[in-house]
Design a protein around this ligand. Structure first.
Ligand SMILES: NC(=O)c1ccc[n+]([C@@H]2O[C@H](COP(=O)([O-])OP(=O)(O)OC[C@H]3O[C@@H](n4cnc5c(N)ncnc54)[C@H](O)[C@@H]3O)[C@@H](O)[C@H]2O)c1
Length: 209
């Protein structure tokens, strides 16, 4: 808490007052890192996952609210993933952490919007090859699968940044308490032709199809 308070206080000093937006972009699961499966979790690790990946968002919001760091009509965004709604093999306790993260956006979004006219949203991004992403078991296949499933293809990190900028702009002043999918359409797909074709290829050498 002290570090976050220091960060916000110093930022206010540098910006000479309140600022317009905050991006929360932190995620880490010791269980994923150490390859400990969900069904045999270490609760100590799981609590760390929730603390780092979700409660840190509450801490930032609570501190910003207390210090009144964000201007009226300012915007807070946190990065999430569709594993909050759907089970994806290997995503482990990060799915639970993302569900909590999105819930915090709604709960604090109500309070921050009501009291200070600050909006709070989560952006649910396509799988993206980053340090955190690459720690997920079978990540390459996940990227390939969601690329084939998404009519517009996976959203890149740069496109994610562009989308976040729209949420920091005045053009989205009344958007709050939302989880917004930035995933090329993946979250509303069941099965695509491209994914079926690839799946069928896997049966070519298989006798019991
Ligand atoms: N990469 C993906 O496929 C993907 C998809 C959807 C959402 N996201 C989310 O995007 C956000 C950014 O992740 P990324 O993919 O850019 O990976 P990344 O590894 O580049 O970023 C993760 C960040 O979390 C920080 N972090 C980890 N533990 C911390 C701790 N204890 N205290 C403070 N900071 C800590 C790291 O320093 C790093 O900057 C995360 O919330 C992640 O879950 C990623």
């Amino acid at each position: 808490m002290d570090e976050i308070e220091n960060l916000l206080t110093e930022s206010m000093r540098i910006f000479n007052g309140k600022f317009d937006f905050i991006l929360h972009s932190i995620g880490m699961s010791p269980n994923v890192r150490k390859d400990i499966p969900y069904e045999n979790t270490s609760y100590e690790n799981m609590l760390k996952t929730f603390d780092i990946s979700a409660l840190s968002f509450h801490r930032v919001l609570q501190t910003a609210y207390r210090l009144d760091s964000i201007r009226e009509w300012g915007s807070v965004v946190a990065l999430s993933y569709v594993a909050a709604q759907r089970t994806l093999s290997g995503y482990n306790d990060m799915g639970d952490a993302k569900a909590l993260l999105e819930s915090i956006a709604r709960s604090f979004g109500y309070i921050y919007g009501r009291d200070r006219k600050v909006r709070v949203n989560t952006v649910s991004q396509s799988p993206t090859a980053t340090t955190a992403g690459s720690g997920i078991h079978g990540f390459e296949s996940l990227i390939d699968f969601s690329e084939r499933m998404s009519p517009l293809g996976n959203a890149t990190a740069e496109e994610c940044a562009d989308y976040c900028v729209t949420l920091f702009s005045d053009l989205t002043r009344k958007v709050t308490m939302q989880n917004l999918f930035h995933d090329g359409g993946f979250s509303n797909m069941g099965m695509s032709l491209r994914a079926i074709e690839q799946y069928q290829k896997s049966f070519e050498d298989c006798n019991d199809k």
